[in-house]
Write a protein that binds this ligand. Structure first.
Ligand code: PEP
Ligand code: MN
Length: 342
C-alpha cells in the first residue's frame, strides 16, 4: 500500500505512522520529497490487516492499495484458461463452444420436455430452467421447487443434456446439488456470501451471475468466495447491469468479456436474455458475445413465449433458437473456437 502524508509533517508524526505500519505487519519504506513524504508499505495486502484505518489519522492524506484484492480467481494464480468439466460430453472454457438453453422457469413436464428435446436437436448441450425463481414481487410465480428439479432430472436422463438451475437458499444447497450439473447463483444473490459458500461446498460447478449494480471487482471477489471454498469450477456470467437506459431491461456489458479474460482464468458466459430483456435483440447479442470470446451463452427458450409464466418478452421461440444456432458458427470461429454441435 502507498501511504501519502500531509505536507510538512513533523518527524514525530511521521514515525508514529511508520510504527503503526510495522505493527500491522508491513515493512515501511519512507520516500521524502520536498514538501511531502510518501511511505510504501511492503507486505501482502490480502493476508495482512488493511492499512485503510490510517486514513483517519490527522497526518495522513490518503492510503492507496497497489495489489488486487482477489487472488485465486486472478490470472496471476493460473496463467492458462481454466476449463470446467460439466459431464463426459461437456467441458466449458475450452476449444468447443457449448450453448445452454431452456425456459426461464420450469412450468410443466410438457413445457420442459418440449423445450429440452428441441434445444438438444438444435445443438444445445446444457438445459437451463429455474425451479426456484427470484421474483421481484411475491405475487409472481415462484417456481415449482423440488417438483421442477425432478422434471429437470427427467429431462436430463431422457435427452442426455446437462442441467443448470438456480440455487436460491442455503437450505436447498444439498437438494439442488443432487439434481443439477451446474449451480446458478442469480444476480440478486451474487453477494449473498453464505449462499456462495454453500454453493461451493456442493462441489458442483458454479455459474455466478453479475449482480444488478455490481462492479467487476466486487464480482471477482464474490467469485473468490467460491474458489477459496475449495471449488475451482467457477464461471462468471454477465447478464446486464442496471443503468438509466429504458430501451433494454438491463445494459448487457460485453466489455466484461475481455476484462474477465484479462483479470481471471475462469470462463465467462453471456446471458443475453436477462441482459437485453427483449427477444428481438438476443440473436445480435449472442453473435457479438461469441465473436468477442465468451465461453458460452445462456439463452432463454420457450415453446410459447407469449404464454410464459416468467420473462415472456425475452425468451426465444424454438424456431428462433434453431435459426440462431445455425447462424452462430462464423461468430464462434471468429474467436478461435469450434461449435460443439457440428
Ligand atoms: C434467470 O436466469 O432466469 C434469472 C432470474 O437470472 P438473473 O439472476 O440474472 O436475473
Ligand atoms: Mn429469466
Amino acid at each position: 500500500m502507498i501511504v501519502v502524508l500531509k505536507p510538512n509533517i513533523s518527524k514525530k508524526d511521521e514515525s508514529a505512522v511508520t510504527k503503526e505500519i510495522r505493527k500491522l505487519g508491513y515493512i515501511p519504506h519512507v520516500m521524502r520529497g520536498v514538501e511531502r513524504t510518501v511511505i510504501g508499505a511492503i507486505g501482502d495486502e490480502r493476508t495482512h490487516h488493511t492499512l485503510e484505518t490510517l486514513t483517519a489519522w490527522p497526518q495522513v492524506e490518503s492510503v492507496m492499495p497497489v495489489q488486487k484484492r482477489y487472488k485465486l480467481v486472478s490470472r496471476d494464480a493460473h496463467k492458462g484458461n481454466s476449463t470446467v468439466k460439466v459431464n463426459d460430453r461437456v467441458t466449458l472454457g475450452g476449444k468447443k463452444f457449448h450453448v445452454m438453453a431452456g425456459p426461464c422457469s420450469v412450468e410443466s413436464e410438457k413445457q420442459l420436455m418440449t423445450t429440452a428435446t428441441a434445444v438438444a436437436k438444435a445443438g444445445a448441450t446444457i438445459l437451463r430452467g429455474g425451479a426456484f425463481k427470484p421474483r421481484t414481487s411475491p405475487y409472481e410465480f415462484q417456481g415449482l421447487g423440488e417438483k421442477g428439479l425432478k422434471m429437470l432430472d427427467k429431462a436430463r436422463r431422457e435427452t442426455g443434456l446437462a442441467v443448470i438451475t438456480e440455487l436460491l437458499s442455503e437450505d436447498h444447497a444439498e437438494m439442488v446439488g443432487e439434481y443439477t450439473d451446474i449451480i446458478q447463483i442469480g444476480a440478486r444473490n451474487a453477494q449473498n456470501f453464505q449462499l456462495l459458500i454453500a454453493a461451493a461446498k456442493t462441489g458442483k460447478p458454479v455459474l455466478l451471475k453479475r449482480g444488478l449494480s455490481m462492479r467487476i471487482e466486487e464480482w471477482l471477489l464474490a467469485g473468490e468466495y467460491i474458489v477459496a471454498n475449495e471449488n475451482p469450477n467457477l464461471m462468471f456470467c454477465e447478464r446486464g447491469i442496471r443503468t438509466f437506459e429504458t430501451y433494454t431491461r438491463n445494459t448487457l456489458d460485453l466489455s466484461t468479456i475481455p476484462i474477465i479474460k484479462k483479470e481471471s482464468h475462469c470462463p465467462i458466459i453471456i446471458d443475453p436474455s436477462q441482459g437485453a430483456g427483449r427477444a428481438d435483440l438476443v440473436v445480435a447479442m449472442c453473435k457479438g458475445a461469441a465473436a468477442m470470446g465468451a465461453d458460452s451463452l445462456l439463452i432463454e427458450v420457450h415453446p410459447n413465449p407469449a404464454e410464459a409464466w416468467s420473462d415472456g418478452a425475452q425468451q426465444l421461440s424454438i424456431e428462433g433458437f434453431a435459426k440462431l444456432m445455425q447462424e452462430l458458427e462464423p461468430f464462434v470461429a471468429a474467436s478461435g473456437r469450434e461449435v460443439a454441435w457440428k
